[in-house]
Write a protein that binds this ligand. Structure first.
Ligand code: GLN
Length: 517
């Protein structure tokens, strides 16, 4: 998206997993923000005339010769720079400090002592929980810098050189687990860079509609509608921009949640709130056939992605010439597919990695590609979508296939559908504020011995997942009331055939992902 902004913060990407979050937080604070790779031309970076520069984290070690780096010249421009994690280490390494492998690596929430007389930590308590994720650390300061934060394992957890307006932190202020992280970024933007804060998020929807209109002209668009938040918001934006030029195709690939098809058809089908062409394709047998015997997660995702496109191609042929394929890809999908700049591939997303090369459309449009989940919801509200739809839990494109470890077949789908419906019903008894951001059941590939009606059973185990997150880049386990879990477990083993055991997944993201495959 190209936005004309009077002032801008530039994020330089060194391969961290949370880079878009940095941009997000800066935009949230009212200042436009863009991300460029560390390989970006230096003169061009200067020409963008940013009010401040942020160096991201990254997987490499600053002291190794081939690690990403940026010309030292940048430190002499007089533009404030804020280094985060790898960015902080690289800054110290370049300016004459010393970085090495830490005797004790830190991972997760860590209590940090801060010097809140620094402009960076203005208004913060002197002890603050911060999110750490590092193997290396700054052993010795670069000349001119002073220490403004430390932990027992990390004596140099933040530094500043006020005169040169250079700041750096070992922790990640951009992730939600860092208390007052937003404040730290906002302090950099306002206290250090002196921004005025004139950029507004709510222009996004209008700009998106306008740019979709301009791009598509009188072309026809086929939209992959899954009924989830992302594709619904994508479809709604397109519906506003181009009306009947849009055909939404909803594929029942046999991997949907219980009753999902019916719900989607009620909102988007005939008599629903949108004036679009809506097609529902029953492709269940086709997908089950293709997935027979496939157990490898990436293969599953690729097959489903490819078959999706085939089904769309067939539909496109029926409606005649189609110019664009629209998809509700959002930013975390892009970054996890390893396409979000410099970061490492976690898993391919069906909207991104699974696309075959021979797609028979002029172009793909992904209007939400730069947005995070909570921004997508905000956009959905502005587009007038019903609240039930806007707050809907995310559901992955490959559907229940990534919640079934092992082979996908009508039987495994039916087990996970039933168990998931029961679990969601039990969780939905809680008041809305207590419900996790995402909660679902998955079918593990594990079978174990049980006893039922005095007889031996040898049946499957279901895993229950419940996580709290707003951005889906990191997630915490939601500690549901024991009663909710026990009731769900009890009902599942009683009501779902071939399940005799239920587990609860207590893993955060990272190191686990939210979905199972
Ligand atoms: N790779 C560096 C380390 O392990 C930086 C990590 C990061 O930026 N999260 O310390």
């Amino acid at each position: 998206m190209s936005v004309k902004a009077e002032e801008m913060i530039l994020v330089i990407d060194f391969g961290g997993q949370y880079n878009q979050l940095i941009a997000r937080r800066v935009r949230d604070s009212g200042v436009y923000c863009e991300i460029v790779s560390y390989k970006h031309n230096l003169a061009d970076i200067k020409a963008k005339n940013p009010k401040g520069i942020i160096f991201t984290g990254g997987p490499n070690s600053a002291y190794l010769p081939d690690s990403p780096n940026i010309d030292k010249e940048i430190y002499s421009w007089g533009i404030p720079i804020f280094g985060i994690c790898y960015g902080s280490q690289m800054m110290m390494h370049s300016l004459g400090g010393n970085v090495c492998e830490a005797p004790e690596r830190e991972y997760g929430k860590t209590l940090v002592d801060l010097d809140n007389t620094s402009p960076l930590f203005k208004g913060l308590p002197d002890k603050n929980i911060c999110w750490m994720s590092h193997n290396d650390y700054i052993e010795k300061l670069a000349p001119g810098f002073e220490i403004i934060a430390h932990t027992p394992a990390c004596p140099i957890a933040a530094v500043q050189d006020k005169a040169r307006k250079l700041y750096a932190v070992q922790f990640h202020p951009e992730v939600l687990h860092t208390e007052n992280g937003k404040q730290i970024l906002s302090n950099f933007v306002y206290e250090v860079c002196g921004c005025a804060g004139t950029w507004k998020m709510d222009s996004f929807v209008q700009e998106t509609i306008a740019s979709l209109k301009e791009k598509i002209g009188d072309g026809k668009v086929l939209c992959a509608l899954s009924g989830g938040v992302d594709s619904s918001v994508c479809a709604a934006a397109l519906a506003k921009a181009i009306g009947k030029q849009l055909t939404c195709v909803f594929v029942d690939h046999g991997l949907l949640r219980k009753n999902e098809k019916e719900e989607v058809c009620a909102v988007f089908g005939e008599g629903g709130q949108f004036d679009i062409n809506f097609v529902c394709v029953d492709a269940r047998e086709h997908f089950y056939g293709k997935l027979k015997g496939v157990v490898e997660p990436e293969r599953k995702r690729k097959i489903i992605g490819e078959e999706f496109i085939r089904v769309f191609e067939a539909e496109a042929k029926k409606i005649g010439k189609v110019d664009y394929l629209a998809q509700g890809t959002i930013y975390p999908d892009v970054v996890e597919s390893g396409l979000g700049g410099e970061s490492a591939t976690i898993k391919s997303h069906h909207n991104v990695g699974g696309l075959p090369d021979f797609v028979d459309f002029k172009e793909i449009v992904e209007p939400l590609r730069d947005l995070f989940k909570d921004e997508v919801r905000q956009a959905g509200r502005e587009l007038g979508l019903p609240e039930e739809l806007v707050i809907r839990q995310p559901f992955p494109g490959p559907g229940l296939a990534v919640r079934i470890i092992g082979e996908v077949n009508p039987e495994s789908v039916s087990i996970v559908q039933e168990a998931d419906a029961i679990y969601r019903m039990e969780v939905d008894k809680l008041p809305f504020e207590q419900r996790p951001s995402q909660y679902f059941a998955a079918l593990t590939n594990m079978r174990s011995v049980g006893v039922m009606g005095d007889g031996r059973t040898y049946d499957y185990a279901i895993a229950l997942r419940a996580v709290t997150t707003t951005d889906f880049m990191t997630a915490e386990v939601t500690l549901l009331p024991q009663e909710t879990i026990c009731n769900a477990a009890n009902r599942i083993v009683n009501e779902v055939p071939h399940v005799n055991r239920v587990f609860f997944d207590y893993t955060t993201k990272p190191p686990a992902t939210i979905e199972f495959e």
